[in-house]
Design a protein around this ligand. Structure first.
Ligand code: FES
Length: 370
């Protein structure tokens, strides 16, 4: 098996790693918030090691690059998708993905521009601002973190489900996916309560922060830039959907008839992958990575095809090789028959998961797992 790096393989890696980087950013922020269960002082003590590490020049640049590349690759994925008919988790990931940039940009731009101007707010100042000064913005931060968290977890789980050895890790991560945001929100609420009590008692925490001398925060500029980013990202998402619609309208397609495991005929088109064709006909088919070409569980053995089938891409070959698929097998999620009748045998049962797999479940040369 040769290992040639193609643009598709590189873009897929960039999408995964930029997503993981962004998820690490959100996780560290949520973890920092959870220190509010102890006290606001504890949040500030943990800040340099959690939230603070993201304001450095290298981490800040990486964060910015990750955000941009993840956003544009997400738009590209929407543009090239032959159909938006997919599973619920995928739909949630798509919808939250469109919201991530406008929501996260507001936070990231505000914090970094204020920091560049020399204003380094501690948690006492931030909690005071979000609980006493501008509760609407505080609520927006909570929404932002929740949306980004849901999007990140959906992406992480889809990615890990395509890995054969991630079974046990997934159980822990499902647990953490619930615990981390809940504890963070409790910490945020407790910090707010501490601030409100301090306010009632006229305590030090409730006093307005004195703006350091010689520090002028360009609030108008921050607002202007965040507005441009929010409107720009919404316009780009709308343009992507419009371009996709035009592409699909102009596309010339042929009818494809699919027959799987000697079952009923399924009518599809050459614009759709074989997996899309199965799903369009309400025929369940294994697809642990939701058609991203990573898991190999949608693999089929070609029995007969009226027309020559398009050659597999390097990415498809890699996945087939990794899962030990039999000679001549193809990934149903990547294969788009050009037309005519195609008969195939499914290699994995429709409800197959790697957690169910035992050593004897490896795909056999004749097709189905033993
Ligand atoms: S659905 Fe995962 S490789 Fe096709």
């Amino acid at each position: 098996m040769t290992s040639r790096l193609t643009p598709a393989i590189i873009l897929r890696a960039v999408r995964i790693w930029s997503g993981l980087f962004l998820l690490a950013f959100v996780t560290s922020h949520l973890t920092n918030l959870s220190f509010g269960l102890i006290s606001i002082d504890a949040m500030d003590a943990a800040r340099p090691y959690l939230s603070g590490v993201w304001t450095g020049q290298i981490t800040g640049t990486l964060l910015f690059v990750s955000l941009l590349s993840h956003f544009f690759l997400g738009l590209w994925a929407i543009y090239v998708r032959p159909t938006l008919r997919t599973n619920t988790q995928d739909i949630v990931q798509l919808l939250t993905g469109v919201l991530v940039v406008p929501l996260l940009a507001t936070h990231a731009i505000g914090i970094s521009m204020a920091a560049n101007a020399g204003l380094n707010l501690g948690y006492a100042d931030t909690v005071r601002l979000f609980w006493l000064g501008a509760p609407t913005i505080g609520l927006l931060q909570v929404v932002m973190l929740s949306v980004v968290w849901v999007h990140g977890c959906a992406g992480l789980f889809t990615w890990l489900r395509s890995k054969e050895n991630a079974g046990r890790l997934l159980y822990w991560l499902y647990l953490l996916a619930v615990i981390v945001p809940v504890v963070a929100l409790l910490g945020y609420a407790e910090a707010g309560r501490e601030m409100l009590i301090a306010g009632q008692n006229g305590g030090e925490l409730a006093q307005n922060p004195a703006m350091p001398e010689n520090v002028t925060v360009p609030f108008a500029q921050i607002r202007q830039i965040t507005n441009i980013v929010i409107i720009g990202s919404i316009v780009l998402a709308a343009l992507t959907l419009a371009a996709r619609l035009v592409r699909l309208t102009l596309q010339k397609t042929q009818e494809v008839v699919l027959v799987r495991d000697g079952g009923p005929q399924m009518v599809s088109t050459s614009a759709l992958s074989m997996l899309d064709g199965f799903q369009r006909n309400d025929q369940p088919h294994a697809n642990l990575c939701a058609g991203r070409g990573r898991c190999g569980t949608c693999a089929v053995r070609i029995v007969k095809s009226d027309f020559p089938l398009p050659s597999p891409s390097e990415m498809e070959l890699r996945t087939l090789y990794r899962v030990g698929a039999p000679e001549g097998a193809r990934l149903a999620c990547q294969l788009k028959p050009a037309g005519g009748r195609v008969e195939v045998l499914a290699i994995y049962p429709a409800d197959y998961t790697f957690e169910d797999a035992r050593p004897s479940d490896a795909p056999s040369a004749t097709g189905a797992p033993a």
